[in-house]
Design a protein around this ligand. Structure first.
Ligand SMILES: [Cu+2]
Length: 158
């Protein structure tokens, strides 16, 4: 009898512990999953809250390499007429912590912040959205021909 009581107490304790573990994270970080493919971003419209920390989870479900860039003022190559990136980089001055599998994340003076993902490639980008980024931005993939084929989206900071 005494043994059984202890077992019940133990089980109740265990149940409480498990429910505590299952509680939603209180860190408040917003997680947004974005799929890349031929030739789209899904969802094609992202909304980020200014001043908050967000994590974007990118996955390439397509059969070819894709890129994820965010900015304004699409630049056109002088000779070839192809779109090649943004004149203004959304991520300029933002510290981004990231993980990447089957791809790379780089930041270049000329092209700005860029994620390249091979098929099945994944990346997570975690950053705090500065209030000075409020407004509308464009998402694009600048693998030759992709932007022109419609691989673009909208990012809104509110
Ligand atoms: Cu692409």
């Amino acid at each position: 009898m005494r043994f059984r009581m202890r077992l019940e107490v133990l089980l109740i304790g265990l149940a409480l512990l498990l429910s505590a573990c299952a509680a939603p994270s209180t860190s408040g970080a917003t997680m947004i999953a974005v799929e890349l493919g031929e030739f789209y971003f899904k969802p094609a419209r992202l909304e980020l809250p200014a001043g908050q920390t967000v994590t974007l989870q990118l996955i390439n479900k397509g059969r070819v390499e894709h890129e994820f860039m965010v900015g304004r003022e699409v630049k056109q190559h002088e000779h070839e007429g192809k779109m090649e990136g943004f004149g203004q980089d959304f991520f300029a001055g933002i510290e981004v912590t990231y993980t990447v599998e089957k791809g790379k994340v780089e930041r270049e003076e000329e092209h700005g912040f860029e994620v390249e993902l091979e098929p099945d490639g994944k990346a997570t980008l975690t950053f705090t959205v500065p209030p000075d980024r409020k407004g509308e931005w464009e998402i694009g993939c600048f693998v030759p021909g992709h932007y022109e084929a419609g691989m673009k989206g909208t990012l809104i900071v509110r």
